[in-house]
Design a protein around this ligand. Structure first.
Ligand code: ASP
Length: 435
């Protein structure tokens, strides 16, 4: 059985068992206490250790891999060109995502007739200014940036280091050898973890579904399914069309190859924790050169959140309808702009999209308490939107690599179920050095 199938099986078993536990718990059936104890001990422990191990690899892998990537690329016009292409595509896809969310939500009207019975309240935190956000991209202390897992700061430092290596002659080359070997070793650690993934996701999802209020979905069915529909249309339709037009390659092959990353994203609800797997998939299954993937993947996990923008678009329409507030055309344009920017500012961790939603709501004068209405179903939607976020990262990364001539097409087309996770360690580093 291929690894993706095993992970999928682990997920499905987790959903079924978790739902069963949920039913036992809610009805206080036989052994309800035992079930609750099991969920909070064994399942929770394994699930949390699994997430911790994934997170453990993010910072070292992003740093080391990007140093190698930047050194391979060197400082030249090509690097700037790649960065501009990546950023433009990330922004474009997010703007398309939120626009289609607004359009479809207005057709379905998920919030019409909603009675404002929610007693929950929600308070928005203070939003950082654009100036602060910009200054914050530049690290004052690389160790602190790594300790805090500040992805953009790590990216800036790694780019600088990689470029400096290429300018330091032999000394630089010796250091690069060290980074390349470290990169290969950390990739092997990702490999270990991917082999444990079926069990990890099984425990994570059993715990999650045993606590998930499925009943809440019934109350908010229209909102839930509108978000789910737009996510599906965007993740399968819009990406496929864009990918086909921009690369002339098969979107089906893309979707099939990225399955492990999408399943990880779904199970962990965190694009950031999924970065090691996304990088592994990008280089070993999609055939992207490390010099592209090491830049586009961590950047995408930090700023490219199409799924999140979709949720924010639908939620804005839903809350406006529930509170019977009309949004003008200018208001919608403001939503598109703010949701695109908010998704950049959304950290790739569970539930943050809901926090940055308050920025969008404030922009069009909607009450942030409206967020309390949708909190009940957000956990499940978070899983789905994170899967779309990661799909977007993979799609754009492949488009950029292809346009730069840095995509190994033979590897991309190779659909055999390679168990690439057992090879890794013996492979020599694949980075090209710039002249
Ligand atoms: N969980 C999402 C992610 O990590 C962010 C969000 O929408 O809350 O991509």
């Amino acid at each position: 059985m291929s690894l993706s199938s095993k992970i999928f099986l682990g997920m499905a078993a987790g959903v079924v068992l978790g739902t069963l536990f949920n039913i036992i718990g809610t009805n206080q059936w036989f052994a309800a206490d035992l079930v609750a104890w099991l969920v909070n001990s064994a399942f929770d422990v394994v699930g949390q250790i699994f997430i911790a191990s994934l997170k453990l690899l993010v910072v070292p892998l992003v740093f080391v891999s990007l140093v190698c990537g930047a050194a391979a690329m060197g400082v030249n016009a090509r690097m700037g060109q790649m960065a501009i292409k990546t950023l433009s595509l990330y922004l474009l896809t997010t703007a398309i995502a939120v626009s289609s969310a607004l359009l479809i939500a207005n057709l379905i009207d998920p919030g019409v007739g909603i009675e404002m019975t929610s007693t929950a309240t929600y308070e928005a935190g203070p939003a950082p200014s654009v100036k602060e956000v910009l200054i914050n991209i530049f690290p004052t202390n690389p160790i602190r940036a790594m300790a805090e897992g500040n992805m953009l700061q790590i990216i800036v430092f790694a780019l600088l280091m990689g470029v400096a290596i290429t300018r330091s002659g032999d000394t630089g080359n010796r250091l690069l050898d060290f980074f390349e070997s470290t990169n290969a070793v950390i990739m092997t650690m990702v490999t270990f973890l991917m082999h444990l993934a079926p069990w990890g996701v099984f425990c994570l999802l059993t715990k999650l579904f045993s606590e998930l209020g499925i009943a809440a979905i019934a109350d908010l069915a229209k909102y839930f399914f509108t978000v789910a529909l737009v996510l599906l249309l965007h993740g399968l339709g819009v990406y496929s069309v864009l990918f086909k037009v921009l690369t002339r390659l098969s979107p089906w092959v893309l979707l099939k190859n990225i399955r492990p990353a999408v399943l990880f994203a779904f199970s962990t609800s965190s694009s950031s924790a999924t970065v090691p797997v996304t990088l592994n998939v990008a280089e070993k299954r999609l055939g992207l050169d490390n010099s592209v993937a090491s830049f586009t993947v961590p950047l995408g996990a930090t700023i490219n959140m199409d799924g999140t923008a979709i949720m924010q678009g639908v939620a804005t329409v839903f809350i406006a309808q529930a509170f019977q507030v009309d949004i003008s055309l200018g208001g919608y344009l403001a939503v598109i702009l703010t949701a695109t920017l908010a998704s950049i500012g959304t950290a790739g961790v569970p539930g943050v999209g809901l926090v940055t939603l308050s920025l969008v709501l404030q922009q069009v004068g909607l009450p942030v308490e409206g967020i309390a209405l949708i909190i009940g179903v957000d956990r499940l939607l978070d899983m789905m939107r994170t899967a779309v976020n990661v799909t977007g990262d993979c799609m754009v990364s492949t488009v950029v690599a292809r346009s730069e001539g840095l995509l190994d097409e033979a590897l991309f087309q190779d659909m055999t179920d390679r168990d690439e996770f057992q090879e890794g360690a013996d492979e020599p580093p694949v980075h090209r050095r710039s002249e």
